[in-house]
Design a protein around this ligand. Structure first.
Ligand code: SF4
Length: 329
């Protein structure tokens, strides 16, 4: 049984202009000790999906099952005891930390809520500060005294405090300098090895997600358009949107860069208030054909564990579909 199952989850908002389907029929699983990367442009619904799994925003349909328990409509009192198994690391390490609390209080807060004694909290906080590589005197200092990378370490320590089984990492490195991103990612990987925690790692940078993910999920306009093993997708994307995201990602290995098609993604993400008919990507897809504007492609299995929502099969590379669309300068 998977540790986390997300089953046909939908999140809808009512606005003055109409209904926004921020997350539309999303299903996936997360296994023990696994990292699943969730990638897509800003506004594609990936952060809303993370918050809906945590029940920080309400879902309109579907289910979330954590460790065999359906938490979708669980009463808040019961949810509190289950939630210790699922924590979140936020994008903005400064905005997510109370500036009036010292680091010891911030990290110890989930333990305090869970009813731990003051002495046990102090011991656990000291252990967590050491585990995430903060200075030994961090406990009595305040968030503004730390760098962005160190503040994110505080957020990671707080998320780890109750030894959760799942941590949802919502763009945890995108607000950090490039020079400290690798340190934070390496820390998360080390912590996963030590504790066996599973990560749902949300990012708009495919090169960051690919580095740490066992499996990848690519989202576009609230839906999954491709999923599969991180390595397979990185080497050979099967959806035109993934191909475009890959083309925009920096590639460290020049051997991979040489063989990769360049594709410039045109246009903006359409408004979820008024999504295009047919394939939601067809207005930007350089491979779109007449059928794409009329018929929505279903998410289907193409090989092994790979799922793709496209009428055509890029893995087969049919001659009539151009592989190289335009060459970036
Ligand atoms: Fe492009 Fe058509 Fe595939 Fe959509 S279904 S991704 S428009 S080729």
């Amino acid at each position: 049984m998977p540790l986390l199952s997300v089953l046909s989850l939908c999140v809808q908002y009512q606005t003055a202009q109409g209904t926004v389907r921020a997350v539309d029929d999303v299903s996936f699983e997360l296994e023990d000790g696994e990292t699943v990367g969730l990638v897509g442009e800003s506004g594609c619904g990936k952060s809303t999906l993370g918050k809906a799994i945590m029940r920080l925003v309400p879902s309109s349909d579907g289910r979330v099952v954590l460790d065999g328990q359906d938490i979708t409509s669980m009463p808040n009192a019961q949810l509190k005891s289950v939630r210790k198994n699922m924590q979140m690391i936020f994008q903005d390490p400064y905005g997510s930390l109370n500036p009036r609390h010292d680091v010891g209080t911030i990290i110890g807060q989930p333990l305090s809520v869970a009813g731990w004694s003051r002495r046990d909290i102090r011991d656990r906080v000291t252990e967590l500060i050491r585990q995430v590589g903060l200075p030994a005197d961090a406990e009595r200092r305040y968030p503004h005294e730390f760098s962005g990378g160190q503040r994110q370490r505080v957020g990671i320590a707080r998320a780890l405090a109750l030894q959760p089984k799942v941590i949802i990492c919502d763009e945890p490195v995108s607000a950090l300098d490039v020079s400290v991103r690798a340190q934070v990612i390496n820390l998360l990987q080390d912590l996963q090895q030590q504790t066996g925690v599973s990560f749902l790692f949300i990012s708009n940078d495919l090169s960051v997600v690919e580095h740490i993910s066992d499996r990848l999920i690519v989202m576009y306009l609230g839906r999954i358009v491709e999923s599969g093993s991180g390595e397979e997708i990185w080497r050979q994307p099967a959806h035109p949107y993934t191909l475009a995201l890959l083309a925009a990602a920096p590639i460290a290995d020049p051997r991979l860069a040489r063989g990769r098609a360049k594709q410039v993604l045109q246009g903006e993400l359409p408004s979820p208030l008024n999504p295009p008919q047919g394939c939601s990507f067809h207005e930007r897809c350089p491979m779109a054909r007449e059928r794409c504007g009329k018929e929505r492609p279903l998410l289907r299995k193409v090989s092994g564990g790979r799922m793709v929502a496209c009428h055509y099969d890029l893995l087969e590379q049919p001659a009539e579909l151009p592989r190289v669309v335009s060459v970036a300068s």
